[in-house]
Unconditional design. Structure first.
Length: 265
């Protein structure tokens, strides 16, 4: 059996249907998020982002959106047969029914399909513009005023969180307090009419195969974009219903509400 790894991504060469080509996503459609509150969750796979997002959605009425879910739906709708043929041509025995990006049959199937997700995500950004997935997520917001994005895992997605007024005002105040020399950040003009928070979900000892996620977290740290860090202890007991992890995340949600009531209440 051929093992599909990240090295195989460069070998994937499928045809993108014409219906998916819309070359107008070089820039973020900020006009669609006027007067919105955007909460972004950033962290490694399986760190607990979805658990926290579900709590924010269910308990506080936020709309939950995932870049990954949008991508997976498109793969299922438009690319399923091509992916199936490509996998078979690589000598892997799989059924067409198993090529389901939203519902993996098992861990092995997930690992086979994963390179296609990464390939498709990057391919669509090259065709339509770097903010292809950001804009598709924004278009899903609709009339909702408060949104939680579960999977901020690419560097350009951080652009959604560069216009946090609290972030810039804090830096400016700190610089003024020590009478620091003026820099370009002092001339930032707030021409975006929305608010955002970026939260890092950081589980002890967790690793991720996706180098692009690691780069995103590193970049966010370097630019001081994280407003809050959820520290998750890997020793929290496992349970079938996820009770212990959910309870831990709920405690963090209480802290977030206290610290940022203007966002969550």
């Amino acid at each position: 059996m051929i093992e599909f790894t990240q090295q195989t991504i460069s070998k994937i060469d499928l045809n993108i249907p014409i219906d998916l080509i819309n070359e107008n996503s070089s820039n973020i459609k900020y006009d669609l998020i006027d007067n919105k509150i955007i909460i972004g969750l950033c962290g490694y796979s399986r760190s607990g982002k979805d658990i926290l997002a579900d709590l924010i959605s269910q308990r506080l009425g936020f709309k939950k959106i995932s870049f990954g879910e949008i991508l997976k739906r498109e793969l299922n709708e438009y690319m399923k047969n091509q992916v199936y043929d490509d996998i078979k041509n690589n000598g892997i025995n799989i059924s067409l029914a198993d090529v389901d990006f939203l519902n993996y049959r098992n861990k092995e199937t997930k690992e086979i399909l994963r390179p296609y997700m990464i390939w498709y995500g990057e391919k669509m950004k090259k065709i339509n513009g770097v903010n292809n997935w950001v804009n598709k997520a924004i278009e899903c917001i609709g009339e909702s005023k408060k949104v939680v994005i579960t999977d901020v895992r690419r560097v350009h997605e951080l652009d959604l969180f560069l216009y946090n007024r609290n972030y810039y005002s804090t830096i400016k105040k700190n610089r003024a307090d020590v009478q620091s020399p003026k820099t370009p950040i002092d001339d930032v003009v707030y021409d975006k009419n929305y608010e955002s928070l970026l939260i890092n979900i950081n589980q002890r000892d967790l690793i991720d195969k996706d180098d692009l996620t690691t780069k995103t977290i590193t970049t966010a740290n370097e630019k001081w974009l994280f407003d809050y860090v959820v520290y998750v202890d890997s020793k929290i007991p496992e349970s079938d219903d996820g009770f212990y992890r959910e309870k831990h995340m709920l405690n963090h949600l209480y802290d977030l509400v206290k610290k940022f009531p203007e966002y969550f209440v």
